[in-house]
Design a protein around this ligand. Structure first.
Ligand code: GAP
Length: 515
């Protein structure tokens, strides 16, 4: 069986071969951690966004959307804390000239102790066979105990250094652990420095008059600075939410794992404004709602878990991640945060404007508290693709690669195919497609054998193929083939709408997630 790493490599290759994701500006050898979505990728991405957007604004009468600009007044980022604190600790190797995140170098080093411990366990398991007791072995084996002790000691220093923001100690850990650069193999390191993750540019035409502005690192701030505009013009009453989908930019030092960590990516965020004191109730509410949203897609309930944060950011009083089981382990796809009144109060302070909300029900003005749900479109895309990608052995020695995408999200819903390219079958197939295309994204294919055409549609995850044959011209019936089961049914053309609609209508998912 292929390892998860091999499967992931195949998935990345598949994304390129079938028009889902391309490396950015590939003819110039690409740009690190920047990707373009192809003809199928953009359809899948748009469907994910529609699923999220409609689940927010259609299902909640007190949630509305906005579309704020990417450029914002620079003071926004001072108020949000990004100018001062949105940093990663970086270190350069003087020989290879490669730059690393100091914390990632140390984490990778710590992971090596776990690998060593696992190897000891595997060796012992082979030696002892069925009588092997892993827990007992780990508690008594001297080599395991030695590795655990070393790992824990470094880990303790590492956590303390991060908490104290002690860059000198981070460097010292790298020196003491004799961590080498993976490229040059040397220990010739610079000091550790803080590196701000925001991209900046100049706005204005003259050098004197130019203003340094940032590409937003999150969409959330566009919502905060507009919250009162929306509240007043929409006559919204607390509790209410504002959501937004848009691009965000972060100059990630270590960009890895394909579209998991990108420098330009897209977020779907909602800020939900509540009365102070009610935030933890709403935090729990949105945690559960968001998990139902994920699970309704049917990728497998066991693939999700909450990861509650032990160490909270200074502005948060509760935070959790929704993690998904990617080919490289459980990873964060979405964050849900109770952000208190930190952002609004800070904008009030920096702008000097009163942005308090007057609550007519209790006759009081206050700064609302905020619950945030924040999910990356690209990470969601990756989670769906990685769970959909399937290699199947078929009867007769044949095999196929099929993307078992949730039908509602599939880029193409139905492919219409005439059995042969003559005898009026193409015309009939076009007629059927021309009717279906008002409701569903359709494809038309008349090239190669039907078997090859089915494989092509399997590879892009098309849930239905409809074949038109000579009999169709007499009885107005077609063969509909289901992607996952490969079952074929003879059905009336007039029934196609209902059959396809029953599977691809988002309403079915929405019904599962409303309480
Ligand atoms: N406003 C809160 C916020 O931005 P975050 O945890 O930094 O919180 C939220 O980001 C989500 O955005 C993450 O859960 C992830 O899905 C996505 N995300 C963050 N950085 C990303 C990156 N470099 N590439 C792709 N997605 C990213």
């Amino acid at each position: 069986m292929a390892s998860q790493e091999e499967v992931f490599k195949k998935l990345v290759a598949h994304c390129k071969e079938y028009g889902f994701v391309f490396p950015s500006s590939e003819i110039y050898d690409g740009l690190g951690a920047v990707y373009d979505y192809g003809q199928n990728g953009v359809e899948l991405k748009n469907n994910i966004k529609k699923y999220w957007w409609d689940s927010m604004v259609l299902l909640h009468e007190n949630v509305v959307g906005i579309d704020a600009a990417i450029f914002m007044h620079p003071t926004t980022w001072k108020a949000s804390g990004h100018v001062d604190a949105f940093n990663d600790p970086l270190i350069d190797n003087k020989d290879s000239k490669k730059r690393y995140r100091a914390d990632v170098l140390i984490e990778d080093h710590l992971a090596k102790f776990d690998e060593k411990i696992n190897k000891e366990c595997e060796k012992a398991a082979k030696r002892f066979g069925e009588s092997f007791d892993r827990e007992m072995f780990c508690q008594t084996n001297p080599r395991v105990l030695e590795n655990v002790a070393k790992r824990d000691a470094i880990h303790a220093r590492f956590v303390a250094a991060l908490e104290a923001n002690d860059l000198v100690e981070l460097k010292q850990i790298i020196v003491d652990c004799e961590i080498v650069c993976p490229i040059s193999g040397t220990k010739n390191w610079t000091d550790v420095r803080q590196f701000n993750l925001m991209f900046s540019t100049d706005m204005g035409s003259t050098a004197d008059g130019a203003m340094k502005i940032y590409l937003r690192p999150e969409t959330a701030q566009g919502i905060f600075v507009n919250y009162l505009n929306v509240q007043k013009t929409g006559r919204m009453k607390v509790p209410f939410g504002i959501c937004q989908i848009g691009k965000a930019f972060r100059n990630e030092i270590v960009a890895r794992q394909f579209i998991f960590r990108m420098r330009e990516f897209e977020q779907m965020e909602m800020q939900f404004f509540v009365r102070p004191g009610e935030e933890l109730k709403w935090f729990e509410h949105w945690k559960q709602f968001r998990l139902r949203w994920h699970k309704a897609l049917g990728l497998g309930d066991e693939k999700y878990r909450f990861h509650d944060h032990d160490k909270l950011a200074h502005y948060a009083n509760a935070a959790t991640d929704i993690e998904f089981q990617m080919p490289f382990g459980f990873k964060e796809v979405e964050g849900i945060h109770s952000r208190t009144d930190f952002d609004l109060s800070s904008h009030e302070k920096y702008s000097g404007k009163n942005i308090k909300y007057f609550d007519p029900e209790i006759n009081e003005s206050y700064t609302p508290y905020v619950i945030e749900t924040s999910i990356g479109v690209d990470r969601m895309f990756l989670s769906i693709m990685s769970s959909a990608y399937t290699e199947e052995q078929l009867e007769g020695g044949d095999s196929r690669v099929v993307l078992k995408l949730p039908a509602v999200l599939a880029p193409v819903k139905v492919c219409v195919m005439p059995l042969v390219k003559k005898d009026g079958l193409p015309e009939k197939a076009r007629e059927i497609m021309n009717d279906l295309k008002f409701d569903y994204k359709c494809a038309y294919d008349e090239k190669d054998s039907i078997g090859k055409r089915y494989r092509r549609q399997d590879a892009v995850g098309t849930p239905f193929c409809v074949t038109v044959d000579h009999q169709t011209l007499e009885d107005n019936c077609v063969t509909i083939r289901h992607r996952d089961t490969m079952e074929q049914q003879r059905v009336a053309i007039s029934d196609l709408h209902a059959i396809i609609g029953a599977e691809v209508n988002m309403k079915n998912l929405f019904k599962k997630i409303v309480e």
